[in-house]
Design a protein around this ligand. Structure first.
Ligand SMILES: Nc1ncnc2c1ncn2[C@@H]1O[C@H](COP(=O)(O)OP(=O)(O)OP(=O)(O)O)[C@@H](O)[C@H]1O
Ligand SMILES: [Mg+2]
Length: 327
């Protein structure tokens, strides 16, 4: 047992380990993505996965859904999508003489929103309501979404034509923005082997999917993970460092709008979930440094100076991580 591990690993954390093992078994070289999906599941967050096409984003979401006893649905965003396509709509039933509400894909526990930046602003706004408030308003009536409710959205950073960049308020609703890259030669070969085997063999049945109650139990335990005052101070130093405009360092000039307290809260919650997933009942500085870029970069708006220098928010947050002292 690693140093600092929980002396008694609970049933809930075993079940989480089952999900992790299942995903890692079926996804090549995707440990980091898998861990972050689990962090969002545990910390009640949403995740935005950014990467070029064909990197198993849909596969990862479907695998997660299949190992969980939760309902799943997928939205492929296009510029002509209407809010009702995702929220659902009421239709008139002449036989019974009443309007019947037909729920849209948003009323599922696990929602994959592919190419979210292709959705027009009204659809993005309906998604924003769902993600932030766990509810959807259709024809003036507000309906509560199922619990848990987790959005896995994808966007392709290469494409700009026909896209509507997500507004800052929408981005802020994502706990993590995860970036994935093309695999190397060895991983590429493993992917070929894996998929080839799947084509040859019958798909195996999912054994013992993880239930809602098991997820809720793991959530309760992960919230109780100890976050020491020293680590809280470190999180706050890290999030507020870019707000300090009095010492105009080269870095602070690169940021137009730094992250809000939502960034602080998300970093703390995600760090607890990471500690829990790794069998600890306390957060380490390592949890913060492993997550800071994914939690903070999409909440950070760069200045024209940074953009003209070709910097990315991920690089700037990584530079702050190097600079902000641990103690
Ligand atoms: N790391 C990986 N592990 C296992 N399979 C992979 C991996 N990367 C790619 N694949 C395979 O590549 C194919 C494409 O995957 P998928 O459709 O999930 O990609 P995607 O990221 O959703 O693409 P798009 O952005 O076009 O929707 C699938 O057959 C998948 O099995
Ligand atoms: Mg896909």
């Amino acid at each position: 047992m690693p140093e600092g591990a929980r002396s008694e690993t609970s049933l809930a954390s075993h079940r989480l380990e089952d999900i992790r093992a299942f995903l890692n078994q079926n996804l090549v070289e995707s440990d980091a993505l898998v861990e972050k999906l689990l962090i969002c599941l545990l910390a009640d967050g949403h995740v935005l996965v950014e990467g070029p096409p064909g990197l198993a984003k849909t596969r990862a979401a479907k695998l997660l859904a299949s190992k969980l006893d939760l309902s799943f649905s997928r939205i492929q965003c296009t510029p002509d999508l209407m809010p009702a396509d995702i929220t659902g709509t009421s239709i008139w039933r002449p036989d019974s003489g009443v309007f019947e509400f037909i729920p849209g894909p948003i009323f599922h526990s696990l929602l994959l929103v592919d190419e979210i930046n292709r959705a027009p602003p009204k659809v993005q706004s309906a998604l924003l309501e769902a993600m932030a408030e766990r509810q959807a308003t259709v024809a003036g009536e507000t309906r509560i979404l199922p619990e848990p409710f987790m959005t896995i959205a994808t966007q392709n950073p290469i494409e700009h034509e026909g896209t509507f960049p997500l507004p800052e308020a929408q981005l802020d609703r994502f706990m993590l923005q995860v970036k994935i890259d093309l695999p190397d030669e060895i991983a590429e070969r493993q992917i070929l082997d894996l998929v080839d085997q799947e084509i040859i063999n019958e798909p195996s049945k999912i054994i013992d999917p993880v239930s809602k109650d098991e997820i809720f139990a793991a959530r309760i335990e992960s919230r109780r993970v100890y976050l020491s005052p020293a680590i809280k101070d470190y999180i706050v130093r890290l999030v507020t460092a870019p707000r300090n405009k009095t010492t105009q360092t080269d870095l602070s000039l690169k940021i137009e709008h730094p992250a809000s307290p939502r960034g602080t809260l998300a970093l703390a919650a995600a760090a607890k979930a990471r500690a829990y997933i790794n069998g600890r009942d306390f957060v380490l500085p390592d949890d913060i440094s492993a997550l800071a870029v994914d939690v903070l970069s999409h909440r950070t708006i760069l200045s024209w100076r940074a953009l003209s220098d070709g910097d990315t928010a991920r690089e700037i947050i990584a530079a702050y991580l190097e600079r902000v002292p641990l103690t």
